[in-house]
Design a protein around this ligand. Structure first.
Ligand SMILES: [Zn+2]
Length: 332
């Protein structure tokens, strides 16, 4: 097992590249696995050889980047897939539609690679499932004890309340969220708990459609459609857009963000702690449930999380950042 801008698993017969960010180091005849459609995980879709992800991940990738992935075989959640001398199983990751963890059973050991995970159910995803494994390679985006999110239902209620208050003041509530995953969860939230029309940045249209095709009912109007423009002009509504969009209608918009980082923004902007990632407590419970012999952590608060795991669970962990381009197992 090695880490070069992504996880590489090598056996006698097989090389698997999991979420490689570039194609530079992928050997010929390797297989690429892509965990989900966020841009920092999809570099492997540019590889010419055979690639795997869920169908929804490929659909959303296409909707976001207009890139058709060829030489592709879809993986289904909870179905085993044999590649040479090993077996790969995609498990729910709970992070966005189509997101998967990969449990790889090689002749030597079982390895669980999480990609990005969220361990509770949302309006659009099922919680990440832990799996017993020998080696666990996991994200720790919010692996610091300062990140403990309130119950999701509480955050949902706060967002709806804020939107209704904003409308009462004669303004349009505008929520800035990631275009893939979070945006669709928020559209679904307003569809389910209000009768407000939901207008979205046209960039979200394709990703919303991909959700619809996967059976997640979403109702929205594109801001570029005639209906969308009319509603924005004169009716109460909610506007959902990307983090950087500065679209505005005179002085009539109030902005808010929905992100786990809300807990550390110190009230400088209106922000709701709605995250697509596991918080600190979820990450600790996840490690306990997987009960790995060896644990490797990547992204975020890897160092904080490593210390916390030692203190709370008496387990040793390694952060991947300190092992870049070296063999993980040998360095453990
Ligand atoms: Zn992600």
């Amino acid at each position: 097992m090695e880490w070069h801008d992504g996880l590489f698993i090598n056996t006698t017969d097989l090389c698997l590249a999991l979420d490689p960010s570039t194609t530079r180091r992928i050997p010929k005849k390797a297989r690429v696995l892509v965990s989900h459609a966020h841009g920092d995980h999809t570099g492997g879709f540019r590889y010419k050889g055979l690639k795997h992800s869920t169908q929804a991940t490929r659909d959303i990738h296409h909707a976001l980047r207009y890139h058709q992935v060829a030489n592709f075989h879809p993986l289904k959640i909870n179905e085993k897939f044999v590649i040479d001398d090993s077996e790969v199983k995609a498990l729910d990751a709970g992070h966005m539609l189509g997101s998967a963890q990969f449990l790889v059973d090689t002749p030597e050991s079982s390895i669980l690679y999480t990609g990005d995970i969220n361990c509770i159910d949302t309006l659009t995803t099922k919680a990440a499932e832990p799996a017993r494994c020998d080696l666990l390679v996991m994200e720790a985006t919010y692996g610091s004890p300062q990140y403990r999110f309130p119950a999701r239902e509480t955050v949902y209620a706060q967002m709806v309340e804020w939107a209704l208050d904003t409308i009462k003041q004669g303004r349009i509530p505008c929520l800035h969220v990631y275009a893939a995953g979070k945006a669709q969860e928020v559209v679904r939230l307003f569809n389910l708990y209000t009768h407000l029309p939901v207008i979205v940045n046209p960039r979200l249209d394709g990703v919303n459609e991909a959700h619809r095709r996967s059976g997640i009912a979403l109702d929205w109007f594109s801001a570029s459609s005639r209906d969308g423009k009319n509603i924005l002009d004169k009716d109460p509504c909610v506007y959902i857009t990307t983090p950087g969009d500065r679209f505005h209608i005179g002085r009539r918009m109030s902005r808010a963000y929905a992100t786990g980082w809300a807990l550390s923004l110190g009230g400088k902007v209106t922000a709701f702690p709605l995250s697509s990632h596991a918080d600190f407590d979820q990450l600790v419970s996840f490690v306990e449930a997987c009960d790995p012999d060896r644990l490797y952590i990547f992204t975020g608060f890897a160092e904080d999380f490593r210390r916390a795991i030692r203190r709370r669970l008496g387990r040793e962990a390694r952060s991947v950042s300190s092992f870049v381009q070296r063999t993980l197992v040998e360095d453990y």
